[in-house]
Design a protein around this ligand. Sequence first.
Ligand code: ZN
Length: 654
Amino acid sequence: MHRFLITAAIATMIQLAVTAVPATAAEATKVNSFYPANKAPLPQSAYSILPLGAVMPQGWLKQQLTIQTTGLTGNLPKFWNDVGPASAWLGGKGEGWERGPYYTDGMVPLAFLTQDPELMEMARKWVGWTLDHQRLDGGIGPASCTDWWPLGLMCKTLTQYYDATGDARVIPVMTKFFAYMQVELPKRPLHEWAKMRWADTALSAIWLYNRTGNPALLEVSKLLMAQGHDYAQQFSNFQAYSKPSQGWNLENHGVNAGMAYKTPGIMFQLTGEAKYRKAVDDGISNLDKYHGQAGGTFAADECFAGRSPTQGTELCSVDESMFSFENLIAMFGDPLMSDKLERMSYNAWPGTFSPDMWAHQYDQQANQPICRISKEKWFITNGGEANLWGVEPQFGCCTANMHQGWPKFVRHLWMATPDDGLAAVTYGPCSVTAKVKGGNTVTIDVVTDYPFSDVIKMTVRTAKPVEFPLQLRIPAWAEGASVQTDKTLTPRPGSFATVSRLWSNGDTITLKLPMKIRIERRFNNSATVLRGPLVYSLRIGENWHKFRGDDAHPDYELLPTTPWNYGLILDEKNPQQSFEVVTKPLTEPVYSSKNAPVELHAKARLVPTWKEARNSADVPPVSPVQSAEPIQDIVLIPYGCAKLRITEFPVLGE
Ligand SMILES: [Zn+2]
């Protein structure tokens, strides 16, 4: 109690200090009093991103971050040289391009969200080397690195480190680096990856502008935009880029596109032009329309690959898409973007890792009943190892870049509102501690098994009663949602419900988000089953066959031990009648086939004409399909639990 009182007193002093600052042009936009958002002339942000550590994982999400820590993230430097002690990003003679910065971009937030001592030490070491080895001209990173892309990537790590620690070295180093960039860019313009991924660098420059107000940072951001690829144009005049006519190129590259979801948003930040705001929505809808996949992102193996569920989605394109949406939500506050973020984060993301997070895939498929060593695959430009499981299948970018997904998702569950309140933009078990109106610090504990459960219980902890607005996202699928405080609200799905009142210590909010079963018709009129934020897939027996590597970190084929070629018996007008929902207590690790916390029991028949092709399932036959096979019971489990899966089912006709 005493600690709270002191905190509140300091907070009040800080708030007085803030309000005592003379009015400037920067105050023309409404911003949260405690957490930076866009400063004028940038357009107003919908939300401020909270400092790293303000939202801490609880419940199954906490366990998930522990699994990641004891899995590849905590152990990779011990045996994978590209992020080992010889990294050029630590002053050695080893890897000096993107892999070091990719690793730190996820390892650093994981360290602060788990407080794992070993990770914290690594975070200090990696960030410390960059901060302590800036060259006189302002350049950062290994002297051998002349590509702007990994340098911009390292800036993303620095912003997170600063948000967590307030380390006094960060702001001067970044300021000097961007000044150097402004001088150098006209002489050494962006090319290749840096040209496509410029917005990720501009994001850090804008982050710095919002903390220092230095106008040169907007100039360098606009220079990046002028030299960078125009994704707004590409997304608004989308050329489909579907297989097989287009080969491998940077414009239809999946990871670039995942990063680029936010690029028109950055263009809007820098210009305020409506066409860029429209291009954000065009990008989201066109990627879905032409390449959308049931797991929540799009197919690109490793370039755009169309809507067939046999095509692949690269791991890096999933976590980069997640990071893009986390930033788009802060920019625009669109609840549908939050729905999209949850769909990719709770389905495609866990679906591409082994339950212990020691093995990952390069490419995942929505229909993935077989992951076998073979040359012939459905993938356009990826090889026969792309959907195997291990340390470095196909190519090591995902090995370096798999670390940011969960920690950044946790960090962005809550954001601060311009009117000094808090917004729950996505849901999961966590605690958020932040300053609200009047400078009071409150904690909200979110207790839930979401996305496996439809009940979310929040409890407010506060030293004294405090009034502030609380925004709660109501997903578009949540028909009949209710918010219960001292009264019960029934807000509209696909919106934010705002509860503005005096909150006292121990006050509770109970959110009910009814999860009705929904059916989506997808490729060849196949059916995908959804319930709440989760997509459901056929549970297939798994044989994890080690074929390479040592016992500590082997590579696996993943082979089926049960049939997969089922057609679904479906009463589409009344899908609730076609499935029996069976829920189980959460058991760690939740994202595994055997521990699946929710099962949907359904009826199906084998479809003998639907066979294996190219070492995977053939494309699903056009529905409706016929089968004379006997009716069987099948079990669907969350996509992320089903490492072998069928997600787009043929539907049996009458
Ligand atoms: Zn990758």
